[in-house]
Every structure is written in C-alpha cells, then in structure tokens.
Design a protein around this ligand. Structure first.
Ligand code: FPP
Ligand code: MG
Length: 350
C-alpha cells in the first residue's frame, strides 16, 4: 500500500467491518435481527458516505481508512437497539448511529498515535501509513464531521454526544497523566475506563433512546447499562490483550505490556504480594519491555497469575450491574439482545 495513501494505489478496501461478530448475538431475536441488519446496512452506507466527503481523494483515503478496514460497529448497534424502547422509525436515529461511530473512529486515530501502534484491525494504522501528524488531523477531521452531523439532532442528543466526547478526552488525559499522588491505581484505572470506554457506549444507548423519543426513565436505565457494559468491555479488552494470539484479534498479543499500559490485570499483578507472583511483579516493575524474551516470559506468567481471574471477576461485577439496569426496561426483544451482549462480552475471545 502506498505509504501516503494515494487513493489511486490503495488496495481495494478489505470491506470487512466485522458486523458478523455481533450479528451472532442478535440471533436470539430473529425478527429483530432482520430489521437491525437492514438498519445496520443503511448506517454503514451513511458512514462510508460521510468519511468520504473530504474535498480531495488523498484526504478521503486518510479519513475513510479505519472505517473501511474493520470494526465491530458496536456503537451503532447500541444506538439502533436502544431506539427500540421508543419509536425506532423516527428520523435521526441512523444519523445518531453514524455520529457515535465517527467519534469512536476519531478516537482510534488519536489512540494509535499515542500508542505508536503500527496496526489496527490487522492492517497498517493511519499513523503507520501517513505519519503521526497527518493521522491526528485525520482523527480531528472525523471528530469535526461528527459534530457537523450531530448538529441536526435534537438539543438533548447533541448535548449527550458532546458530553461523551469531552469525557472521552478527559479519560485519555487522565490516562496520560497517571494517578494523582495517593490515588489508588485501580480507582484511577476505572476513572480512565469510564471516560475512554464507558462514556461513548453509554452515549450510544442514550442517544438512540433520545432520538426515538423513549420515556426518560428508559433513557436513564440505558445510560446506566451502557456505562457498566463499557467498563466490562474495557476489562475484557485488557484480558484479551494478554490471552489471545495476535492473529485472532488483529493486534499483537501483549501489546499493552509493550506499551507499558497499566491495564487492569497489570495493576492487579503488581498488587499481588504472593511469592508466586514475585517474578511477574519484578518483570512488570522493571520498566517497558525492551526484548522479546522478557515480554514472552511475562505473557507466560500471566496465564497462571490470579490477576487474570481477579480482572474477570471485576468484569462480571460490571456485567451484573449492567443486567440489573435493564430490569427497569420493558421486556422487549431489544432488551433480550442487550442481555445477550453482556454474555458476549463475558465469553468473547476475539
Ligand atoms: C482505545 O484504547 C482508545 C479509546 C477507547 C479512546 C481513546 C481516546 C482518545 C485518544 C482521546 C481523543 C478522542 C477523540 C474523540 C479525538 P486502548 O489503547 O486501550 O485500546 P486498543 O487496544 O484498541 O488500542
Ligand atoms: Mg490503543
């Protein structure tokens, strides 16, 4: 692929937003799945149109890069599902789904720069192809596009999208600055995750319900569900980083270790005072991994470390809270899918 992303020489887009992954969980409600599949396809078209509205093909190659190379489209799905608790045919719901995905994509461009990630979705990251400065501008472009698109949503929905975006940035800043003096690292982790992941998933379910004019108590229940599901999702990501081979996820196994990211299992392994945990503790405290041997050894030690189980139990706690939030909602097919999504997060291995 041309390192500058010249549209003439870009390979045919892999065309693989991974909607199948989540699609399987929709199967618990076949009739709703059929209607959601159609609405997701419509969202996908709108999203692709949107990321291709840049004024020149070379810019379009940059702004459409991550949208066309992958993604589970979890956030658009959440928007569409939550609209079921109001009037799902109302105008603006697809638009809200695109807004949620655009903010997410924008954050990934920035995140890959911060992490010096060379790949995303199993293909070169935007920063690997265009360089960091251009990738950041690509992210900014998408963020600006999301704001432009959200301008026609209702006032509450616009506020909801903007608040989530600022919480997302707050979460990232907290992560970059690290815990305040005396702050418990696990408490800090959760504040970061609430911003980085909880905010946008929670916004997605809230905005879908708002656009569908769902009753306010439903909006609040969905918002609470989204916060908890987002945290569980982040913890499951942390666990998968350590446990799943890179060829399955499109990310290198143990990428968080290489980037010295204080993921939840890493924090818990550091706090493990047992004699068995000593070697891992030492490896984790001796700074970023410089050679493959220490990295491999740490990955090996993690497989038997109680830290992974403890992280899984935190995740379960969040999933239980997410399911509890759903009890305030009417027993619709969409609610059963939202339950099923909790189970997907608990058992996903990709
Ligand atoms: C993935 O984190 C990244 C995020 C969930 C959000 C990152 C947010 C920013 C960079 C703030 C800027 C935001 C905007 C809207 C411009 P990860 O590194 O834990 O996950 P990964 O393994 O998928 O990279
Ligand atoms: Mg990252």
């Amino acid at each position: 692929m041309n390192a500058r992303g010249d549209s003439q020489t870009l390979q045919k887009p892999p065309d693989r937003p991974d909607t199948e992954t989540l699609g399987r969980f929709l199967s618990v409600e076949p009739a709703l799945k059929t209607s959601l599949d159609a609405r997701l396809a419509q969202t996908e078209m709108r999203l692709r149109d949107c990321v291709r509205t840049a004024p020149a093909p070379r810019i379009t190659a940059l702004t459409s890069h991550l949208a066309v190379t992958g993604g589970k489209r979890l956030r658009p799905l959440m928007v569409l599902l939550s609209s079921e608790f109001g009037e799902p045919g109302r105008e603006g719901i697809t638009r809200a789904a695109v807004v949620a995905e655009l903010v997410h994509l924008a954050s990934l461009y920035h995140d890959d720069v911060l992490d010096h990630a060379t790949t995303r979705h199993g293909v070169p990251s935007a920063n690997a192809l265009w360089g960091e400065k251009t990738a950041v501008r690509g992210g900014n472009w998408l963020l600006a596009r999301s704001v432009r698109l959200s301008a026609d949503l209702g006032e509450q929905a616009v506020g909801c999208a903007l608040r989530a975006t600022s919480r997302l940035v707050d979460g990232q800043l907290r992560e970059l600055l690290g815990p305040s003096p005396g702050e418990d690292p696990v408490d800090h982790y959760f504040k970061v995750a609430e911003g980085k992941t909880g905010a946008l998933i929670s916004m997605s379910v809230a905005i879908g319900a708002l656009q569908a004019a769902a009753p306010q108590p439903y909006v609040e229940a969905l918002r609470a569900y989204g916060e908890q599901l987002g945290l569980a999702f982040q913890i499951s990501d942390d666990i998968l980083d350590l446990t799943v081979p890179g060829d399955t996820t499109g990310k290198q196994q143990g990428k968080d270790l290489l980037g010295a990211v204080d993921s939840l299992p890493v924090l818990l392994a550091r706090a493990d005072t047992s004699a068995d945990g000593a070697e891992l503790r030492t490896l984790l405290s001796s700074g970023p991994f410089t050679g493959p041997a220490a990295h491999l050894r740490a990955l090996e030690l993690f497989q038997d470390s109680p830290a992974l189980e403890q992280a899984a139990s935190y995740m379960q706690g969040r999933l239980t809270a997410a399911k509890k939030a759903l009890t305030c909602l009417p027993s619709l097919p969409a609610r059963r899918i939202l339950y099923a999504l909790c189970d997907y997060i608990a058992c996903r291995n990709f």
